[in-house]
Each structure stands twice: as C-alpha cells, then as structure tokens.
Design a protein around this ligand. Structure first.
Ligand code: ACO
Length: 330
C-alpha cells in the first residue's frame, strides 16, 4: 500500500464572457426556453469567440489558480489536459499550455475521455504523484464544444457550452486532512457510436463532403445516452462510496457532470445523497463536458459553499462511453 497521500490543493475556473440564452437559441432552431429548461435544466451557456482556442480558456483558469495556491510556477512538474476540443489534433493542448506558461520540458499530455475527462485526468495525476514521478501536477478540463456543434440540430445544439477548470494536485503533508481518497474509472467502447464526432480523424479524413454533411460536429443519440448516463453515473457514485465503507449520508457534496438536471437528480437519489448536497450550475453553463465538474467545483469554493475538510464525490459520464468517480476530502 502506497503511503503517499495526494490532495487537491486548489481549483479555479474560467469561462468566456459571451452568453447564449435559450431565447437566443429560439432564433436559431425550432425550440423553446420552456422545452430546454424542462428537459435539461439549462437557461444559458457561455460561448467562445471564433478566434479564442481552448488553450486560452485553460490559461485563464490556470492563471487564477496561481493566485490561489501557495506554489511557484517553476515547481509544477506535470500538466494533464482533458479535452475533446483541443486547439489542434496535435500537438497536444497540454504542450501548448506548457510553452505558454514558460514551463520548459516538464511532461505535458492530453487525454480523451469525453465528459469523464477531468475524472480520468485526476486519476492519472494521483498515480504520478503516488509513484514519485510528480510532486505538483496541474489537471485541466477544458472544452469549446460550441466549436463542434451542429447548429442545425436542435436536439444537440441547445446543450453545449464552453469553459475551463484547473486543479493543482500535490502531496498532502503529514497531519493534513485534505486527500484524494479514491478514484474509479471505466469505459465501454461498444456504444461509442452513440456519441461521436464522425469526421476529421483517420477513419474519415476532412473533405468537402464531410464539411457539407456536418460530420465534424457532435452526433448524439440523446435518449440512449440519457439511459446509459443514468445507470453509469448512479453506479459510479454508489461504487466509490461502497468501496470506501461510506454511504450517501457521509457525503457533504456531490459534484456531478452537468449534462442534464434529470440525470443529476437520479444520480443523487441512487447514491442516497440529499438534493441540497448536490452542486449544480447547469442553468448558467449548460454541458461543458470535461470542464463541467471543475467549473461547478471552483464556483462552489469561491462562493464559500464548499469548505476545507468537506467530503466530496465527483461523478461523470461521457463519450467513449466512459464513466467514473472521485472521492475526496477537500
Ligand atoms: N427543442 C424542442 N424539441 C426538441 C428539441 C429541442 N431543442 N430537441 C429534441 N426535441 C424533440 C424531439 O424531436 C422529440 O420530438 P418527437 O417526440 O416529436 O419525436 C422530443 O423532443 C423528445 O426527444 P428526446 O430526444 O426523446 O428527448 P429527451 O427527453 O431524451 O431529451 C436530451 C433530449 C436533453 C438530449 C436528453 O436525451 C439528454 O440529456 N441526453 C443525455 C445527454 C448527455 O448526458 N450527454 C453525455 C455527455 S455529452 C459529451 O460527452 C460531449
């Protein structure tokens, strides 16, 4: 058993200023504020400028993080970025950020796990620190899903928003109560085609035809994904609590992926966590994929809702299909 304890030393978020409301969407597709609110819980979301890449949102979140935590830039020795909307297919957005931050030659890489990306990235960074390969890791969840949105498809274009969150993971010193207690990650590629960006990879390289047919955008079979998400997120929360001898009663906060208010309510119910212990900001940001958990987490810390010592479950589901959870004491 590894004796090194890893903690989440700080967390910050950043979102573009421009707001896209349900009323704005009524002008674009055949939808209504009432339908969007009732089916998803969303009222508005943030949207990036055409010329602002994901790395800039991530840089915004990391810059705030350096103001919050007691660490010098040069002490950072690892950057992991979870994203399905990198600046470029390659090089990685993590490498772009490493250069932007002036952090010469430290390892930097992206991971792709859809909306579960932030949880996957925490799980990886935790192990780097436990194994002695890193002391201070920055973990980012960043997404500009509005850049790969099909604005003709009302069943998906109302859902997504842009944003970023960044956390610092470090070794916990003796006597500190903050600790990432456990992580759980899982995937099932069998259902990958239910939530997919079909073109732009090696299977279907970009062509005039793929652009004309909108194949570089999010394709989602929403109802099937909904059913899988309800099962997987419920399972991920229940499993991590059970594995650690806890119940929903022991949890101060559940921070679920913000995909749909109905999925969130069902997850909390299955994990027996009371609704007033669930952090949500879906009404303001929509589904920001791998950025959604750090956006909600950072906002709740900023507003004084989450305090040091609170027991927290992070829980997500996304493209892959992937799902997972983190149990931590903040
Ligand atoms: N406005 C008005 N009507 C709409 C809209 C809209 N924006 N979108 C769909 N509808 C209509 C449909 O056409 C359908 O009409 P019909 O009954 O006449 O055929 C009706 O509403 C119901 O459609 P459903 O797709 O069955 O609606 P559902 O209740 O499933 O809600 C939603 C759709 C919100 C997309 C839901 O399925 C969902 O949240 N799915 C999960 C999303 C998710 O968790 N994604 C995971 C991560 S995302 C990522 O990894 C990038």
């Amino acid at each position: 058993m590894n004796s090194t304890k890893v903690k989440l030393a700080g967390i910050c978020s950043y979102a573009p200023e421009k707001v896209l409301t349900n009323e704005d969407l009524e002008e674009i597709v055949d939808t209504s504020d009432e339908w969007i609110r009732a089916r998803t819980g969303m009222k508005e979301r943030r949207i990036s400028d055409k010329d602002t890449p994901s790395s800039e949102l991530a840089y915004g979140a990391i810059s705030k993080l350096f103001d919050q935590v007691d660490i010098k830039k040069k002490e950072i020795d690892l950057i992991i970025v979870a994203t399905v909307t990198p600046d470029n297919p390659f090089p990685s957005t993590a490498a772009i950020l490493q250069h932007k931050l002036g952090l010469n030659t430290i390892p930097a890489f992206d991971i792709s796990a859809g909306c579960t990306g932030f949880i996957y990235a925490i799980s990886i960074a935790k192990q780097f620190i436990e194994n002695g390969n890193s002391n201070n890791a920055i973990v980012v969840g960043v997404e500009e899903l509005t850049k790969i949105t099909n604005w003709d498809d009302r069943s998906t274009c109302v859902l997504f928003g842009d944003g970023a969150g960044a956390a610092l993971l470090t070794k916990a010193k003796g006597g500190e109560i903050s600790e990432i207690i456990d992580t759980y990650i899982s995937a099932d590629g069998k259902y990958g085609d239910l939530l997919i960006q079909k073109a732009g990879g090696s299977k279907m390289p970009a062509s005039h035809k793929t652009v004309d047919e909108n194949l570089h955008t999010v394709y989602m079979e929403g109802n099937k994904i909904f059913k899988s998400a309800v099962k997987a997120m419920g399972h991920a929360a229940v499993k991590i609590l059970k594995d650690n001898g806890l119940t929903g009663e022991d949890v101060d906060w559940l921070i679920p992926h913000q995909a749909n208010m109905r999925i969130i309510a069902s997850t909390a119910k299955r994990a027996k966590i009371k609704p007033n212990k669930v952090i949500t900001n879906i009404e303001k940001f929509g589904n920001t994929s791998s950025a959604s958990i750090p956006l909600a987490f950072a906002e709740a810390v900023e507003e004084g809702q989450i305090k040091r010592g609170d027991v927290i479950v992070l829980d997500a589901f996304g493209a892959g299909l992937t799902w997972g959870s983190v149990l931590l004491r903040y």
